[in-house]
Design a binder for this molecule. Structure first.
Ligand SMILES: OC[C@H]1O[C@H](O[C@H]2O[C@H](CO)[C@@H](O)[C@H](O)[C@H]2O)[C@H](O)[C@@H](O)[C@@H]1O
Length: 665
């Protein structure tokens, strides 16, 4: 127990981190001013900062008062992903401003899949900027930088550049420049390289005293070669105006937020919705339009356990769900970019479609373990790549077709002067045809279980969605399709699910056919239009889930059945939001709102969520921040608002009230 406590002490809580990014990658910043996770220049580049996954060996970049008892408090600058950490004591106050500069937040949909972030010919690009400023008094500060290339597997060679200009850290593949702007003006500034005997990587340490009004700017840049990093440090970075870049970056985030076409969400949770939208935008990959499920790997679903996965890829499911959320808020550019990404995937037909891809459309995402990293609070193995890429998950067909359906309904084709006819319709048709041929086969399901294929109910429902959306497009746009066959199969699937997917003894739609276990994925059935929210079968499914699949707070587990993996996990926050949606759609608005507000108290101070919540101690679990959760938050805020409006109409409009009374009878 003592050992476990000691271990936990070395690892900040997962959701204590602030997150900043530039739509190419992100870094996680602790309230102690330490960047403990960072992959450069892209989400899927090898991490150079990974103290989050190994407190001893992993790299970090800390800027904070030398007195380590001063813990910072973090907030985002208004309507942005620019983070400030404030350290205050009787002696004074320093404010650390962290951001990754962006030139634009408009998606770039027409670039090739082989594109990456390297803007310059020599591969130098993208930076992390940290400005530390004393706002009053006087405070001694320390900077510690330990760069650990290739997830701390490669050694790094450090050299300091004279006149406190900065430092260079080079390894085989990754070359890092640290530029320090303003150090020559501070007489107290001193920098050295410290090599502890038991450490593999040296640490660069700088000490300086900041008085009121003084500031220093530290910038990390990446080059593809050592020469590129040197050029960055000696020529490019010193010439840049980081104050102006901060102002521009703030402007970009705020303009992006203001750009949503309809901004339909005006309810009481606007702050949460806005933060979720900003978090989702951080997960988009500007060069190709891809969207990652989360920007981290191996944050555990159970501290000390082995359910640790790499989420820095594009799942068709997670990405299309992200677009639903953006659609609710009226953002369309991201959908435009993603639909183009989809069209550029090298996929001949449905057989060829994978459930997930790399951010540039890569098909190979081989799962490997990194045994040299001990994992977050001892949660090993640390994994990179993801074996789920090989799985068959039939729901993705429904999700992709529903995404294109929504895109069409949004008027996006007209807005961008495009049409569904042609290659996109050919792809949709081949996906629908694939579902027609394969819907009766078992798969691994939405949760990517590793216990072998089954007839998952949610997968069958999404096969129904695939056909339904295909039929609607063909009928409404008069497109070429084998409509009689599609309609017959759609109705066959529905009948099959209602007969074999609903267990009358249990009183619920179950996880799979001939099964008695519950699955929170079935909360999506009314949300995708498969069944009415007040259908008795759905009402009883929701009741069973509330009785048997929740913890003491009413938060929902995905399932509690065997899944082929050892160990357990926390409640799955997305599923709790889906329960809120169901309650709201059933008209149980007060219950839905109270669950929603209880769940919000488990967000980080910055309004961010990871994937799961530990049922025992309320700690955040899993990768962070997770797109799935923020998507679901936006949907639930919207569903609650709609439910409130319906209820108000019901109470104030006698005609509607009379209609509801008649319908109930
Ligand atoms: O539960 C085991 C599986 O966990 C991960 O999958 C989960 O994350 C995906 C990305 O957000 C999501 O699409 C999926 O629905 C979740 O179950 C992991 O990626 C899998 O490899 C693992 O088998």
């Amino acid at each position: 127990m003592a050992k476990a406590n000691e271990l936990h002490h070395k690892y900040p809580l997962i959701n204590s981190y602030g997150v900043i990014g530039d739509c190419h990658s992100v870094v996680l910043v602790s309230p102690e001013g330490s960047v403990d996770w960072g992959c450069f220049p892209d989400f899927d580049s090898p991490a150079i900062f990974c103290r989050l996954l190994d407190a001893e060996r992993g790299g970090f970049f800390q800027l904070a008062p030398t007195d380590s008892s001063l813990v910072g408090s973090q907030h985002y600058l208004h309507r942005s992903n620019v983070l400030q950490t404030r350290f205050a004591s009787i002696a004074g106050e320093v404010v650390l401003t962290d951001f990754m500069p962006v030139e634009t937040l408009s998606a770039w949909p027409y670039r090739g899949m082989d594109n990456n972030t390297c803007a310059e010919k020599d591969g130098s690009c993208h930076s992390l900027v940290r400005i530390v400023e004393c706002t009053h008094g006087e405070i001694a500060c320390t900077m510690k930088l330990k760069v650990t290339p290739d997830y701390a597997a490669a050694p790094g060679e450090v050299s300091l550049v004279p006149n406190h200009l900065g430092a260079l850290i080079s390894s085989g593949q990754q070359h890092v420049a640290l530029a320090i702007v303003g150090a020559h003006l501070l007489p107290s500034f001193a920098m050295e390289v410290v090599q502890e005997p038991e450490e593999w990587h040296p640490t660069i340490q700088a000490q300086f005293l900041l008085s009121e009004g003084e500031r220093l700017c530290f910038v990390i840049g990446i080059g593809r070669t050592a020469q590129a990093a040197r050029r960055l440090l000696e020529q490019e970075l010193p010439r840049r105006n980081f104050e102006a870049e901060l102002a521009h970056t703030l402007h970009c985030w705020r303009t992006w937020l203001a750009s949503c076409a309809r901004c339909t969400y005006m309810g009481p949770y606007a702050y949460w919705v806005e933060r979720s939208a900003l978090a989702l935008k951080l997960m988009t990959y500007a060069p190709t339009g891809a969207i990652v499920a989360a920007p981290t790997t191996s944050l555990p679903e159970n501290v000390g356990g082995g359910r640790n996965w790499d989420y820095r890829f594009t799942w068709l499911r997670d990405a299309t769900f992200t677009l639903y959320a953006f659609n609710i808020l009226g953002f369309t550019e991201e959908a435009h970019a993603f639909v183009h990404w989809l069209c550029r995937l090298s996929c001949a037909d449905g057989e060829d479609l994978q459930i997930m891809y790399g951010i540039r459309g890569e098909r190979e995402l081989t799962e490997q373990q990194l045994p040299h990293l001990s994992g977050y609070a001892g949660s090993s193995p640390v994994r990179i790549g993801n074996g789920a890429v090989q799985q068959r998950q039939m729901d993705v067909f429904g999700e992709v077709l529903d995404c294109i359906h929504l895109y069409r309904r949004q008027g996006a084709f007209e807005r961008y002067g495009e049409t569904l006819e042609g290659p996109l319709w050919a792809m949709m048709r081949s996906l629908v045809d694939h579902v027609c041929t394969h819907w009766q086969e078992p798969d691994n399901g939405i949760w990517e279980v590793r216990g072998g294929p089954r007839h998952f109910v949610y997968s069958k429902v999404m096969c129904w969605v695939a056909l339904d959306r295909g039929i609607r497009a063909a009928e409404q746009l008069n497109l070429e399709a084998d409509l009689p066959r599609w309609i017959t199969i759609r109705d066959q699937i529905r009948a099959d699910i209602l007969t074999r997917g609903y267990n009358t003894r249990v009183g619920a739609f179950t996880q799979s056919y001939s099964d008695t276990t519950l699955d929170a994925a079935n909360l999506l059935l009314p949300l995708v239009g498969f069944i009415a929210p007040d259908d008795p079968r759905m009402l009883s499914t929701v009741d069973r889930i509330m009785e048997k699949l929740t913890d003491k707070h009413g938060f929902v587990y995905r399932y509690l059945s065997e899944d082929g993996l050892p160990g357990g996990e926390g409640t799955f926050t997305t599923c709790t939001f889906w329960l809120i949606d169901n309650l709201a759609m059933q008209g149980c608005v007060d219950e839905a709102r109270s669950l929603f507000e209880r769940l919000l108290t488990y967000a980080s101070r910055l309004g961010l969520f990871s994937e799961e919540i530990d049922a025992q101690n309320g700690m955040a679990l899993g990768n962070y921040p997770q797109a799935f959760t923020h998507i679901a938050l936006i949907n639930s805020a919207d569903n609650l608002q709609k439910a409130e409006i319906r209820r108000a109409e019901y109470h104030t409009d006698p005609v509607i009230a009379a209609f509801h009374q008649t319908a109930k009878r």
